[in-house]
Design a binder for this molecule. Sequence first.
Ligand SMILES: O=C(O)C(=O)C[C@]1(C(=O)O)C=C[C@@H](O)C=C1
Length: 360
Amino acid sequence: MENRKELRHWLDNLQLSHPLVIAGPCSAETEDQVMKIAHQLKDTDVSYYRAGIWKPRTRPGMFEGVGSLGLKWLQRVKAETGLKTATEVANRNHVELALEHDIDMLWIGARSTVSPFIVQDIADALRGTDKIVLVKNPVNPDLPLWLGAIERLASANIEKLGVIHRGFSTYEKTKYRNNPEWQIAIELQTKFPDLPLINDPSHITGKRDMIFDVSQTALDLNFDGLMIETHSDPDNAWSDAAQQVTPETLVQIMKDLRIRKEFDAEAEFLTSLNNLRAQIDVIDNQLIDLLGKRMKVADGIGKLKKEKNVAVLQSKRWNEILGKMVLEGEEKGLSEEFTLKLFKAIHQESINHQEKIING
Ligand SMILES: O=C(O)C(=O)C[C@]1(C(=O)O)C=C[C@@H](O)C=C1
């Protein structure tokens, strides 16, 4: 699939003066709850009202959604408030029911995107639809798998497509519920600059007090919209209580977010930007040059080790380097996370070089 200008049409046609906002409860719980939140969101920046009808839960026995009954409540939301409606679909049956109830926007969840069988089944059920279909990133940080899901939908003649970045599972605990790995969303945007890209700070953070910061980062990275779980009584929500915000908080978040334009054509800005970019180009060249030199030294070590039959990996020495570099990095304003990532990549390349020599 290639990038096409038309990918943005459905979003441009909404003619919004602010990022697209999709909001509503994690789960539809009762008709009263769904209607109450919808009325609270009616005259805000929200265009699409979301509610989970079928909830994929990590373990059985938790609240798994009200099922198709909730689709009737969403129809009532549209009729009474004018908000368009959105829900997650995970199989052919969900798709058929959602289309029957005229849901305007359907999304494929992270746990479905991981399975090409499921995605294909949903794509076949949706074939040719004029509804908006959004694909959440797969649970694992795998860009080709995410792109593959979008391609399956495009091949089923679904025109109004978009993606939702909801972060990625990690084995190690981080401050996020799902690690954002912004680089993956940036790569996707580089490949498909016209594919609408929505951020889901609720699932990335898992905590309502971090939602603003993640939303701001998303807007700083040119995301087109936000999906924020919103509940009139978040603490008593039947699912994902910790990450939902009240409608009042959502309105405040939207007010406080700084919306930046992608570019400014003013001459003074351009001159300064070009000057700084020229400096970056020089430094990048120096970095590559230095890394090349470091690998030549590693090649020398590899030859020496080959002669003496010494192992490539030297954990003690390596840990010393890492510890030292983290400290030096901190002095230069580099985060520990960045320095570790950088040096682990350098170490791996050094090992690859030596492996080639030792076994060559
Ligand atoms: O010091 C060594 O023995 C090296 O091979 C160099 C180097 C490195 O690139 O810094 C690479 C592999 C070892 O695990 C430790 C360090």
